[in-house]
Design a protein around this ligand. Sequence first.
Ligand code: 6PG
Length: 236
Amino acid sequence: MTPATIVHASQDELAARTAERLAAVLAEAQAARGTASVVLTGGRTGGAVLAALRDATLDWSTIDVYWGDERFLPGGDPERNETLARRELLDHVPVAPDRVHPMAPSDGEYGDDPDAAAEAYAVLLKDVPSFDVCLLGVGEEGHTASIFPHSPAVAETARAVVAVRDCPKPPPTRVSLTLPTIGRAARVWLMTAGASKAEAVAAALADADAADIPAAGARGRQETLWLLDKAAAGEN
Ligand code: 6PG
């Protein structure tokens, strides 16, 4: 799908409007199927959207929550995306615990083995052919999830979930969905703010090669939406 772009005046406005948009899409899926699914992201913009979602009127009991990537750290570590999501949203809304699907921590049942953690998440996703919405952030050099430029992960097409090592963005070891798995989502929303992202955003929207700008390779089956503030859109 050709990406569409929505530009908001500020990150706060971006977060508030995106939370409203997400609540509407999830409610629509629930009305149609009885359930809905969302893939969460880390990062400042991702966290701001989650905080804004707290006040949404949603039946959280039938929403499945996944992660697009995770920092491979001990459970509860403040740097984990799961910790961010629980702090900003999940601890404040009545989600069904068995519908929250975090990626394994480095001190969990798979031990300090990110490949085993990635494989376990891929096995979980074997029963998940699609997601309603996949939320993604974007890095200054064009990474998304934990898929970085010119990395093994950006070229991965066989495995659904991979371990990522020596990431330029700390912490260095992560677990990430691959681009084909992100592409299982009906809707892929790339959300980013700040002038430092403008170059990567412009390159992605000019159809850059995913190897150079991994965010350019994140496409939904029905919708690919770039949700930006003016600065990330290169507008003053
Ligand atoms: C992570 C995220 C990562 C993040 C981007 C943007 O684990 O760090 O998943 O992909 O979303 O780096 O982060 P900011 O919104 O904080 O710039």
